[in-house]
Design a protein. Sequence first.
Length: 269
Amino acid sequence: MNNDGVVPLLYSFKEYTTNKLQNTKNRYYWNFCDQYELQLDDSSVIFNAHSYETVKQNIWRFESEESEIRELVNELNEDDVFYDIGANTGLYTLFAADKCRNGQIIAFEPVDININQLEKNMTLNKFTNIKPYEVALSDSSDTVKLDYPEDSFPGYGLASMHGTVGETTVHSYKGDEFIEKKSLPIPNVLKIDVEGAEGLVIKGLEETLVKPKCRTIFCEVHQSTEMDRPSASDYGMAPTELRKLIESFGFEVEKTNERKTTFVFKCSK
């Protein structure tokens, strides 16, 4: 090997060992630190540091979706009712709760380890304006098989009703029926992130979405790819059909925040 090849190799090895040491340092740090804080403009919220994997996943989501979180929070008024459908461990829920101090946040999350982590995060922030429900919303009320790995950690965000990585049974409710059953207030703003099942959620909320009070939806839409991740089409509704359905409820729909496999429908009245 000539000298031209030695120098790049040395730099590559140095970069590898530096990253390896940093990852080891991070793992040890989060084993001893039980909480951490994320800040969005003038809003700060605290998260429980369950594990290195959970912290890493949540920080990655925050950094990659910061502009979307900011746009949603700016849409909220302090007395609004906000539905977080597919709340995970509460990244959007907590920032919304900090903004809507005189409002209500309704969080729907079917994965038990995620909802438990969300409740810990609520306690850390002393939020009393959040109601979490361990259910999946769909277009019918039943029990469904939800796929996610048995060894998954809080913050795992790929659980779906359409996969092959392991399964557990969860309660699924038609949104309109669940709202009536629990006497929930009509939402002013909704966020929907349900790994391809967004069409089912929208169909189950038809009576709610036509209400004048319901003014904004942020709906993440999953596109068909070669990745082993369900899309809206896998649940029988292509993105163009989903758009037409939402428009039929009186919304104007804008396609935003495009990524390789997803984009967001921002829907406004």
